[in-house]
Design a protein around this ligand. Structure first.
Ligand SMILES: [Zn+2]
Length: 535
Protein backbone atom coordinates (compact mmCIF):
# COMPACT_ATOMS: atom_id res chain seq x y z
CA UNK A 1 0.00 0.00 0.00
CA UNK A 2 2.61 2.57 -0.94
CA UNK A 3 -0.06 5.14 -1.68
CA UNK A 4 -0.68 5.39 2.05
CA UNK A 5 2.63 6.81 2.89
CA UNK A 6 2.26 10.53 2.51
CA UNK A 7 3.77 12.76 5.08
CA UNK A 8 1.54 15.66 5.98
CA UNK A 9 3.28 18.74 7.31
CA UNK A 10 2.95 18.55 11.06
CA UNK A 11 0.63 21.21 12.34
CA UNK A 12 2.24 23.52 14.89
CA UNK A 13 0.50 21.79 17.74
CA UNK A 14 0.54 18.22 16.53
CA UNK A 15 1.50 15.41 18.82
CA UNK A 16 4.28 14.48 16.44
CA UNK A 17 5.80 17.87 16.96
CA UNK A 18 5.62 17.49 20.71
CA UNK A 19 7.22 14.09 20.47
CA UNK A 20 9.93 15.47 18.24
CA UNK A 21 10.66 18.12 20.82
CA UNK A 22 10.69 15.45 23.49
CA UNK A 23 13.08 13.32 21.47
CA UNK A 24 15.30 16.32 20.98
CA UNK A 25 15.28 16.91 24.72
CA UNK A 26 16.17 13.30 25.38
CA UNK A 27 18.79 13.25 22.65
CA UNK A 28 20.49 16.11 24.42
CA UNK A 29 21.28 13.94 27.39
CA UNK A 30 21.93 10.66 25.64
CA UNK A 31 25.65 10.31 25.14
CA UNK A 32 26.58 9.13 21.66
CA UNK A 33 30.24 9.93 21.17
CA UNK A 34 31.73 7.20 23.36
CA UNK A 35 29.99 3.91 24.00
CA UNK A 36 28.62 3.71 27.52
CA UNK A 37 30.68 1.82 30.06
CA UNK A 38 28.38 -1.16 30.15
CA UNK A 39 28.67 -1.71 26.42
CA UNK A 40 32.43 -2.09 26.76
CA UNK A 41 32.13 -5.04 29.12
CA UNK A 42 29.46 -6.98 27.32
CA UNK A 43 25.81 -6.60 28.22
CA UNK A 44 25.03 -5.65 31.78
CA UNK A 45 23.08 -7.79 34.17
CA UNK A 46 19.33 -7.40 33.76
CA UNK A 47 17.87 -4.67 35.87
CA UNK A 48 21.31 -3.19 36.41
CA UNK A 49 20.62 0.06 38.23
CA UNK A 50 23.10 2.04 36.19
CA UNK A 51 23.14 5.67 37.11
CA UNK A 52 21.81 6.74 40.46
CA UNK A 53 20.66 9.90 38.79
CA UNK A 54 17.88 8.15 36.95
CA UNK A 55 16.06 5.91 39.36
CA UNK A 56 12.88 4.02 38.58
CA UNK A 57 11.02 6.59 40.66
CA UNK A 58 12.40 9.43 38.50
CA UNK A 59 11.60 7.59 35.29
CA UNK A 60 8.09 6.91 36.53
CA UNK A 61 7.52 10.58 37.34
CA UNK A 62 9.05 11.76 34.09
CA UNK A 63 6.90 9.29 32.13
CA UNK A 64 3.72 10.43 33.85
CA UNK A 65 4.64 14.04 33.20
CA UNK A 66 5.14 13.32 29.49
CA UNK A 67 1.93 11.29 29.26
CA UNK A 68 -0.08 14.05 30.86
CA UNK A 69 0.94 16.24 27.94
CA UNK A 70 0.26 13.52 25.40
CA UNK A 71 -3.18 12.55 26.73
CA UNK A 72 -4.34 16.12 26.30
CA UNK A 73 -3.41 16.05 22.62
CA UNK A 74 -6.11 15.54 19.98
CA UNK A 75 -3.88 13.03 18.20
CA UNK A 76 -3.83 10.80 21.26
CA UNK A 77 -6.52 8.35 20.18
CA UNK A 78 -8.64 6.23 22.47
CA UNK A 79 -10.49 4.12 19.94
CA UNK A 80 -11.86 1.29 22.11
CA UNK A 81 -11.96 -1.23 19.26
CA UNK A 82 -8.42 -0.64 18.02
CA UNK A 83 -6.99 -0.24 21.50
CA UNK A 84 -8.51 -3.55 22.54
CA UNK A 85 -6.84 -5.21 19.56
CA UNK A 86 -3.50 -3.60 20.39
CA UNK A 87 -3.83 -4.79 23.99
CA UNK A 88 -4.62 -8.32 22.78
CA UNK A 89 -1.13 -8.42 21.26
CA UNK A 90 0.59 -6.41 23.98
CA UNK A 91 -0.61 -8.28 27.06
CA UNK A 92 0.76 -11.71 26.02
CA UNK A 93 4.11 -10.01 25.34
CA UNK A 94 4.21 -8.47 28.82
CA UNK A 95 3.18 -11.81 30.34
CA UNK A 96 5.93 -13.55 28.44
CA UNK A 97 8.55 -11.01 29.51
CA UNK A 98 7.43 -11.66 33.08
CA UNK A 99 7.75 -15.43 32.62
CA UNK A 100 11.20 -15.02 31.14
CA UNK A 101 12.28 -12.96 34.12
CA UNK A 102 12.87 -9.79 32.06
CA UNK A 103 10.75 -7.74 34.44
CA UNK A 104 12.17 -7.17 37.88
CA UNK A 105 9.46 -6.80 40.52
CA UNK A 106 10.38 -3.15 40.82
CA UNK A 107 9.89 -2.12 37.20
CA UNK A 108 6.95 -4.50 36.83
CA UNK A 109 5.03 -2.65 39.51
CA UNK A 110 6.24 0.88 39.05
CA UNK A 111 6.26 1.37 35.30
CA UNK A 112 3.02 1.65 33.35
CA UNK A 113 3.41 -1.06 30.65
CA UNK A 114 0.83 0.80 28.63
CA UNK A 115 0.58 0.98 24.86
CA UNK A 116 -1.33 3.87 23.33
CA UNK A 117 -2.48 4.91 19.86
CA UNK A 118 -1.36 7.99 17.97
CA UNK A 119 -3.42 9.29 15.07
CA UNK A 120 -0.52 9.66 12.67
CA UNK A 121 0.11 8.27 9.20
CA UNK A 122 3.81 7.82 9.67
CA UNK A 123 5.02 4.27 10.20
CA UNK A 124 6.36 4.50 13.72
CA UNK A 125 6.32 3.14 17.24
CA UNK A 126 8.35 4.43 20.15
CA UNK A 127 9.12 3.69 23.78
CA UNK A 128 8.84 6.54 26.25
CA UNK A 129 10.19 6.84 29.79
CA UNK A 130 7.88 5.28 32.35
CA UNK A 131 6.89 2.18 30.39
CA UNK A 132 4.68 3.74 27.72
CA UNK A 133 4.78 2.67 24.07
CA UNK A 134 3.23 4.86 21.41
CA UNK A 135 1.95 3.13 18.27
CA UNK A 136 1.13 5.19 15.22
CA UNK A 137 -1.94 4.18 13.23
CA UNK A 138 0.35 4.28 10.20
CA UNK A 139 2.28 1.32 11.59
CA UNK A 140 -0.84 -0.78 12.15
CA UNK A 141 -2.02 0.16 8.66
CA UNK A 142 1.15 -1.14 7.01
CA UNK A 143 1.44 -4.45 8.85
CA UNK A 144 -0.39 -7.30 7.20
CA UNK A 145 -0.17 -9.82 10.04
CA UNK A 146 -0.43 -9.69 13.82
CA UNK A 147 3.05 -11.19 13.98
CA UNK A 148 4.59 -8.24 12.14
CA UNK A 149 2.92 -5.78 14.50
CA UNK A 150 3.84 -7.88 17.54
CA UNK A 151 7.49 -7.91 16.45
CA UNK A 152 7.63 -4.11 16.65
CA UNK A 153 5.76 -4.05 19.97
CA UNK A 154 8.11 -6.68 21.42
CA UNK A 155 11.13 -4.72 20.23
CA UNK A 156 9.89 -1.48 21.80
CA UNK A 157 8.86 -3.28 24.99
CA UNK A 158 12.36 -4.73 25.24
CA UNK A 159 13.85 -1.23 25.19
CA UNK A 160 11.85 -0.74 28.39
CA UNK A 161 12.52 -4.09 30.07
CA UNK A 162 16.23 -3.70 29.34
CA UNK A 163 16.06 -0.19 30.82
CA UNK A 164 17.60 1.36 27.72
CA UNK A 165 16.16 4.80 28.28
CA UNK A 166 17.21 4.87 31.88
CA UNK A 167 20.65 3.52 31.08
CA UNK A 168 21.21 6.10 28.39
CA UNK A 169 20.12 8.91 30.58
CA UNK A 170 21.64 7.46 33.73
CA UNK A 171 25.01 7.29 32.04
CA UNK A 172 25.04 10.96 31.39
CA UNK A 173 26.01 13.52 33.91
CA UNK A 174 23.76 14.96 36.58
CA UNK A 175 24.02 18.21 34.68
CA UNK A 176 22.36 16.60 31.71
CA UNK A 177 19.47 15.30 33.74
CA UNK A 178 18.85 18.83 34.89
CA UNK A 179 18.88 20.08 31.33
CA UNK A 180 16.47 17.32 30.37
CA UNK A 181 14.08 18.49 33.05
CA UNK A 182 14.48 22.06 31.88
CA UNK A 183 13.82 21.01 28.29
CA UNK A 184 10.72 19.14 29.33
CA UNK A 185 9.47 22.09 31.27
CA UNK A 186 10.12 24.20 28.18
CA UNK A 187 8.31 21.66 26.07
CA UNK A 188 5.22 21.94 28.24
CA UNK A 189 5.25 25.70 27.92
CA UNK A 190 5.99 25.54 24.20
CA UNK A 191 3.14 23.19 23.41
CA UNK A 192 0.74 25.35 25.36
CA UNK A 193 1.86 28.61 23.87
CA UNK A 194 1.79 27.21 20.35
CA UNK A 195 5.41 26.60 19.70
CA UNK A 196 8.20 28.86 18.61
CA UNK A 197 10.35 27.81 21.54
CA UNK A 198 10.18 24.25 20.23
CA UNK A 199 11.87 25.50 17.07
CA UNK A 200 14.38 27.37 19.15
CA UNK A 201 15.08 24.28 21.18
CA UNK A 202 15.51 22.21 18.05
CA UNK A 203 17.80 24.78 16.49
CA UNK A 204 19.91 24.85 19.60
CA UNK A 205 20.37 21.13 19.48
CA UNK A 206 20.91 20.56 15.78
CA UNK A 207 24.33 22.14 15.91
CA UNK A 208 25.52 19.86 18.65
CA UNK A 209 23.82 16.59 17.91
CA UNK A 210 23.21 15.09 14.52
CA UNK A 211 20.74 12.86 16.28
CA UNK A 212 18.35 15.66 16.82
CA UNK A 213 17.70 16.08 13.12
CA UNK A 214 16.23 12.62 13.11
CA UNK A 215 13.57 13.66 15.55
CA UNK A 216 13.66 10.40 17.39
CA UNK A 217 15.20 9.12 20.56
CA UNK A 218 18.01 6.91 19.37
CA UNK A 219 19.50 4.05 21.26
CA UNK A 220 22.96 2.69 20.73
CA UNK A 221 23.52 -0.03 18.17
CA UNK A 222 24.08 -2.54 20.92
CA UNK A 223 20.81 -1.58 22.51
CA UNK A 224 19.02 -2.05 19.19
CA UNK A 225 20.54 -5.50 18.77
CA UNK A 226 19.58 -6.39 22.30
CA UNK A 227 16.00 -5.19 21.69
CA UNK A 228 15.86 -7.32 18.51
CA UNK A 229 17.18 -10.38 20.32
CA UNK A 230 15.10 -10.06 23.50
CA UNK A 231 12.06 -8.93 21.53
CA UNK A 232 12.27 -11.95 19.29
CA UNK A 233 12.49 -14.30 22.27
CA UNK A 234 9.50 -12.61 23.87
CA UNK A 235 7.32 -12.60 20.74
CA UNK A 236 7.96 -16.23 19.87
CA UNK A 237 7.59 -17.24 23.51
CA UNK A 238 4.21 -15.52 23.49
CA UNK A 239 3.13 -17.64 20.53
CA UNK A 240 3.65 -15.23 17.64
CA UNK A 241 5.11 -16.55 14.40
CA UNK A 242 8.87 -16.15 14.30
CA UNK A 243 8.78 -14.90 10.72
CA UNK A 244 6.98 -11.72 11.81
CA UNK A 245 10.16 -9.86 12.59
CA UNK A 246 11.91 -10.85 9.37
CA UNK A 247 8.93 -9.96 7.19
CA UNK A 248 8.63 -6.60 8.98
CA UNK A 249 12.30 -5.98 8.20
CA UNK A 250 11.73 -7.00 4.59
CA UNK A 251 8.92 -4.50 4.23
CA UNK A 252 11.11 -1.79 5.64
CA UNK A 253 14.00 -2.86 3.47
CA UNK A 254 11.86 -2.59 0.35
CA UNK A 255 10.77 0.89 1.22
CA UNK A 256 14.31 1.94 2.10
CA UNK A 257 15.37 0.80 -1.35
CA UNK A 258 12.72 3.14 -2.68
CA UNK A 259 14.20 5.79 -0.43
CA UNK A 260 10.83 6.20 1.14
CA UNK A 261 12.22 7.46 4.42
CA UNK A 262 9.67 10.23 4.62
CA UNK A 263 6.87 8.05 5.87
CA UNK A 264 9.12 5.75 7.86
CA UNK A 265 10.67 7.56 10.78
CA UNK A 266 11.03 4.11 12.29
CA UNK A 267 13.69 3.41 9.69
CA UNK A 268 15.64 6.48 10.66
CA UNK A 269 15.79 5.44 14.28
CA UNK A 270 16.17 1.80 13.38
CA UNK A 271 18.57 1.63 10.45
CA UNK A 272 18.35 -1.72 8.75
CA UNK A 273 21.82 -3.11 8.64
CA UNK A 274 22.34 -6.33 6.76
CA UNK A 275 23.40 -7.68 10.12
CA UNK A 276 20.00 -7.03 11.69
CA UNK A 277 18.14 -8.55 8.77
CA UNK A 278 20.52 -11.51 8.70
CA UNK A 279 20.01 -12.15 12.38
CA UNK A 280 16.24 -11.95 12.07
CA UNK A 281 16.28 -14.38 9.16
CA UNK A 282 18.61 -16.74 11.00
CA UNK A 283 16.20 -16.81 13.89
CA UNK A 284 13.32 -17.67 11.56
CA UNK A 285 12.15 -21.21 11.49
CA UNK A 286 13.76 -22.06 14.79
CA UNK A 287 10.41 -21.87 16.52
CA UNK A 288 7.16 -23.32 15.25
CA UNK A 289 4.28 -21.21 16.47
CA UNK A 290 0.89 -22.57 17.36
CA UNK A 291 -1.12 -20.64 14.82
CA UNK A 292 -4.24 -22.79 14.79
CA UNK A 293 -6.16 -20.50 17.16
CA UNK A 294 -5.14 -17.32 15.46
CA UNK A 295 -7.54 -15.17 13.51
CA UNK A 296 -5.74 -13.78 10.50
CA UNK A 297 -8.72 -11.71 9.42
CA UNK A 298 -9.04 -9.96 12.78
CA UNK A 299 -5.75 -8.27 12.00
CA UNK A 300 -7.06 -7.31 8.58
CA UNK A 301 -10.03 -5.56 10.20
CA UNK A 302 -7.70 -3.70 12.58
CA UNK A 303 -5.45 -2.74 9.68
CA UNK A 304 -8.43 -1.35 7.75
CA UNK A 305 -9.70 0.55 10.79
CA UNK A 306 -6.27 2.08 11.42
CA UNK A 307 -5.83 3.30 7.87
CA UNK A 308 -9.24 4.97 7.78
CA UNK A 309 -8.90 6.57 11.23
CA UNK A 310 -5.38 7.83 10.65
CA UNK A 311 -6.62 10.56 8.34
CA UNK A 312 -10.23 11.61 8.69
CA UNK A 313 -10.14 14.41 6.13
CA UNK A 314 -12.95 14.34 3.58
CA UNK A 315 -10.76 13.49 0.57
CA UNK A 316 -9.05 10.64 2.36
CA UNK A 317 -12.40 9.21 3.47
CA UNK A 318 -13.72 9.43 -0.11
CA UNK A 319 -10.72 7.43 -1.32
CA UNK A 320 -11.34 4.65 1.21
CA UNK A 321 -15.06 4.70 0.47
CA UNK A 322 -14.34 4.18 -3.22
CA UNK A 323 -12.86 0.77 -2.38
CA UNK A 324 -16.39 -0.60 -2.50
CA UNK A 325 -15.82 -0.64 -6.24
CA UNK A 326 -12.66 -2.69 -5.77
CA UNK A 327 -12.64 -5.55 -8.26
CA UNK A 328 -8.90 -6.22 -8.02
CA UNK A 329 -8.75 -7.91 -4.63
CA UNK A 330 -8.76 -11.67 -4.91
CA UNK A 331 -7.84 -13.05 -1.51
CA UNK A 332 -10.38 -13.06 1.31
CA UNK A 333 -8.19 -10.77 3.40
CA UNK A 334 -7.71 -8.23 0.59
CA UNK A 335 -11.46 -8.22 -0.01
CA UNK A 336 -12.10 -7.73 3.71
CA UNK A 337 -9.54 -4.93 3.84
CA UNK A 338 -11.45 -3.09 1.12
CA UNK A 339 -14.92 -3.84 2.49
CA UNK A 340 -14.12 -2.83 6.09
CA UNK A 341 -12.30 0.34 5.00
CA UNK A 342 -15.17 1.33 2.73
CA UNK A 343 -17.79 0.50 5.38
CA UNK A 344 -16.07 2.63 8.01
CA UNK A 345 -15.37 5.50 5.61
CA UNK A 346 -18.99 5.51 4.43
CA UNK A 347 -20.12 5.53 8.06
CA UNK A 348 -17.93 8.53 8.84
CA UNK A 349 -19.26 10.19 5.66
CA UNK A 350 -22.81 9.30 6.79
CA UNK A 351 -23.55 7.54 3.52
CA UNK A 352 -25.69 4.79 5.00
CA UNK A 353 -26.60 2.87 1.86
CA UNK A 354 -22.97 2.37 0.88
CA UNK A 355 -21.99 1.64 4.49
CA UNK A 356 -24.61 -1.10 4.67
CA UNK A 357 -23.51 -2.65 1.39
CA UNK A 358 -19.84 -2.75 2.39
CA UNK A 359 -20.52 -4.03 5.90
CA UNK A 360 -22.80 -6.75 4.53
CA UNK A 361 -20.00 -7.78 2.17
CA UNK A 362 -17.50 -7.82 5.04
CA UNK A 363 -19.84 -9.93 7.17
CA UNK A 364 -20.23 -12.40 4.33
CA UNK A 365 -16.45 -12.71 4.04
CA UNK A 366 -15.83 -13.42 7.74
CA UNK A 367 -18.78 -15.78 8.02
CA UNK A 368 -18.07 -17.59 4.77
CA UNK A 369 -15.29 -19.65 3.30
CA UNK A 370 -13.01 -21.31 4.01
CA UNK A 371 -14.32 -21.32 7.55
CA UNK A 372 -16.00 -18.74 9.71
CA UNK A 373 -13.75 -16.59 11.83
CA UNK A 374 -15.36 -15.59 15.14
CA UNK A 375 -12.83 -12.91 16.13
CA UNK A 376 -13.01 -11.22 12.74
CA UNK A 377 -16.80 -11.53 12.74
CA UNK A 378 -16.94 -9.72 16.08
CA UNK A 379 -14.72 -6.95 14.66
CA UNK A 380 -17.06 -6.44 11.69
CA UNK A 381 -20.19 -6.57 13.88
CA UNK A 382 -18.75 -3.85 16.12
CA UNK A 383 -18.29 -1.71 13.00
CA UNK A 384 -21.88 -2.45 12.01
CA UNK A 385 -23.07 -1.39 15.48
CA UNK A 386 -21.02 1.82 15.32
CA UNK A 387 -22.60 2.56 11.96
CA UNK A 388 -26.15 1.83 13.18
CA UNK A 389 -25.77 3.99 16.30
CA UNK A 390 -24.36 6.84 14.22
CA UNK A 391 -27.62 6.99 12.26
CA UNK A 392 -29.84 6.42 15.31
CA UNK A 393 -30.97 2.92 14.36
CA UNK A 394 -30.78 1.76 17.96
CA UNK A 395 -33.05 -1.28 17.70
CA UNK A 396 -30.84 -2.96 15.11
CA UNK A 397 -27.67 -1.91 16.95
CA UNK A 398 -28.82 -3.52 20.19
CA UNK A 399 -29.88 -6.68 18.36
CA UNK A 400 -26.48 -6.94 16.66
CA UNK A 401 -24.67 -6.54 19.99
CA UNK A 402 -26.78 -9.20 21.67
CA UNK A 403 -24.39 -12.15 21.06
CA UNK A 404 -21.49 -10.19 22.57
CA UNK A 405 -23.06 -8.99 25.80
CA UNK A 406 -21.48 -11.82 27.73
CA UNK A 407 -17.93 -10.90 26.75
CA UNK A 408 -18.04 -7.87 29.10
CA UNK A 409 -15.39 -6.14 27.03
CA UNK A 410 -14.75 -2.43 26.98
CA UNK A 411 -15.80 -1.73 23.37
CA UNK A 412 -19.05 -3.68 23.77
CA UNK A 413 -19.85 -1.92 27.04
CA UNK A 414 -19.19 1.52 25.58
CA UNK A 415 -21.19 0.80 22.43
CA UNK A 416 -24.10 -0.51 24.52
CA UNK A 417 -24.04 2.69 26.53
CA UNK A 418 -24.05 4.80 23.39
CA UNK A 419 -27.01 2.83 22.10
CA UNK A 420 -28.91 3.25 25.36
CA UNK A 421 -28.21 6.98 25.44
CA UNK A 422 -29.39 7.29 21.86
CA UNK A 423 -32.54 5.30 22.49
CA UNK A 424 -33.94 6.62 25.74
CA UNK A 425 -33.95 10.28 24.90
CA UNK A 426 -37.61 10.55 25.65
CA UNK A 427 -37.74 8.08 28.49
CA UNK A 428 -38.16 8.76 32.18
CA UNK A 429 -35.12 8.85 34.47
CA UNK A 430 -36.23 5.63 36.15
CA UNK A 431 -35.51 3.71 32.95
CA UNK A 432 -34.24 0.24 33.84
CA UNK A 433 -31.78 0.09 30.96
CA UNK A 434 -30.16 3.38 32.03
CA UNK A 435 -29.79 2.04 35.56
CA UNK A 436 -28.26 -1.14 34.26
CA UNK A 437 -25.70 0.84 32.23
CA UNK A 438 -24.88 3.01 35.23
CA UNK A 439 -24.27 -0.07 37.39
CA UNK A 440 -22.16 -1.68 34.72
CA UNK A 441 -20.00 1.41 34.21
CA UNK A 442 -19.72 2.00 37.95
CA UNK A 443 -18.36 -1.52 38.40
CA UNK A 444 -15.95 -0.97 35.52
CA UNK A 445 -14.45 2.30 36.75
CA UNK A 446 -14.04 0.82 40.23
CA UNK A 447 -11.29 -1.36 38.75
CA UNK A 448 -10.31 0.94 35.83
CA UNK A 449 -10.24 4.38 37.44
CA UNK A 450 -8.05 5.80 34.64
CA UNK A 451 -10.58 5.06 31.90
CA UNK A 452 -11.60 8.56 30.83
CA UNK A 453 -14.10 7.39 28.20
CA UNK A 454 -15.91 5.15 30.70
CA UNK A 455 -16.15 8.01 33.22
CA UNK A 456 -17.54 10.31 30.51
CA UNK A 457 -20.13 7.71 29.52
CA UNK A 458 -21.07 7.17 33.17
CA UNK A 459 -21.53 10.91 33.64
CA UNK A 460 -23.86 11.07 30.63
CA UNK A 461 -25.95 8.19 31.95
CA UNK A 462 -26.15 9.73 35.44
CA UNK A 463 -27.17 13.09 33.99
CA UNK A 464 -30.01 11.29 32.23
CA UNK A 465 -30.92 9.47 35.44
CA UNK A 466 -31.40 12.85 37.12
CA UNK A 467 -28.27 12.53 39.30
CA UNK A 468 -26.51 15.81 38.50
CA UNK A 469 -23.95 15.67 41.31
CA UNK A 470 -22.87 12.16 40.42
CA UNK A 471 -22.60 13.26 36.80
CA UNK A 472 -20.36 16.17 37.85
CA UNK A 473 -18.17 13.81 39.81
CA UNK A 474 -17.88 11.37 36.88
CA UNK A 475 -17.02 14.23 34.54
CA UNK A 476 -14.34 15.38 36.99
CA UNK A 477 -12.93 11.85 37.18
CA UNK A 478 -12.62 11.76 33.40
CA UNK A 479 -10.50 14.94 33.65
CA UNK A 480 -8.34 13.32 36.34
CA UNK A 481 -7.86 10.29 34.10
CA UNK A 482 -6.67 12.57 31.30
CA UNK A 483 -4.23 14.22 33.68
CA UNK A 484 -6.14 17.52 33.82
CA UNK A 485 -6.28 18.01 37.58
CA UNK A 486 -7.09 21.70 37.28
CA UNK A 487 -10.11 20.94 35.10
CA UNK A 488 -11.22 18.28 37.56
CA UNK A 489 -10.99 20.70 40.51
CA UNK A 490 -13.03 23.32 38.58
CA UNK A 491 -15.77 20.79 37.91
CA UNK A 492 -15.88 19.60 41.50
CA UNK A 493 -16.11 23.20 42.77
CA UNK A 494 -18.96 23.72 40.32
CA UNK A 495 -20.62 20.68 41.87
CA UNK A 496 -20.27 22.18 45.34
CA UNK A 497 -21.90 25.40 44.20
CA UNK A 498 -24.70 23.47 42.59
CA UNK A 499 -25.23 21.48 45.79
CA UNK A 500 -25.43 24.64 47.88
CA UNK A 501 -27.86 26.40 45.60
CA UNK A 502 -30.25 23.58 44.73
CA UNK A 503 -32.56 21.57 46.96
CA UNK A 504 -33.06 17.83 46.93
CA UNK A 505 -29.40 16.89 46.66
CA UNK A 506 -28.16 13.67 48.12
CA UNK A 507 -26.00 14.25 51.17
CA UNK A 508 -23.73 11.30 50.31
CA UNK A 509 -23.14 12.69 46.80
CA UNK A 510 -22.14 16.03 48.31
CA UNK A 511 -19.65 14.45 50.70
CA UNK A 512 -18.11 12.42 47.86
CA UNK A 513 -17.59 15.64 45.89
CA UNK A 514 -16.02 17.33 48.93
CA UNK A 515 -13.68 14.43 49.55
CA UNK A 516 -12.64 14.16 45.90
CA UNK A 517 -11.98 17.90 45.72
CA UNK A 518 -9.71 17.73 48.78
CA UNK A 519 -7.85 14.82 47.19
CA UNK A 520 -7.49 16.48 43.79
CA UNK A 521 -6.26 19.71 45.40
CA UNK A 522 -3.66 17.69 47.28
CA UNK A 523 -2.53 16.02 44.06
CA UNK A 524 -2.31 19.41 42.38
CA UNK A 525 -0.03 20.64 45.15
CA UNK A 526 2.11 17.53 44.85
CA UNK A 527 2.31 17.98 41.09
CA UNK A 528 3.52 21.55 41.44
CA UNK A 529 6.12 20.44 43.99
CA UNK A 530 7.29 17.70 41.60
CA UNK A 531 7.61 20.11 38.71
CA UNK A 532 9.66 22.42 40.92
CA UNK A 533 11.88 19.55 42.02
CA UNK A 534 12.49 18.48 38.41
CA UNK A 535 13.58 21.98 37.62
ZN1 LIG B 1 14.71 0.17 18.78
Amino acid sequence: MPDLIHVPKPSPRSLRRRLTALAVALALVVPTAAPPAWAQNQLPALGDPSGEDFSIATEHKLGDEIMREIRADPDYLDDPVLLEYLQSLWQPLVAQARIRGNLSADIDQRLAWEPFLVRDKEVNAFALPGGYVGVNLGLIAMTSTRDELASVLAHEMSHITQRHIARSIGNSRRQSLLSLAAMLAGLVVASKAGSSSVDAAQAAVVGTQALAAQGQLNFSRDMEREADRVGWQVMTGAGFASGGMASMFEKMEQSSRLNDFGGYPYLRSHPLTSERIGEARARMGTVTPATSQVSVLEHTAAQARARVLMDSRFDALKRWQALDGDRVATSVSDKLLSAYSSGLASTLLRDWARADASIALALGLVRGSPRSDARAERAVVLLQVQSLIARGDVTRAVAALEPYQADRSRPVMLLETQATLASTAALAPDNAQLKQRADQLQTWVATQPRDALAWTALGQVQERLGQPLRAVRADAESRVALGDLGGAADRLRGGQRRARSGGGVDFIDVSVIDARLRDVELQLKQQKADEKALR
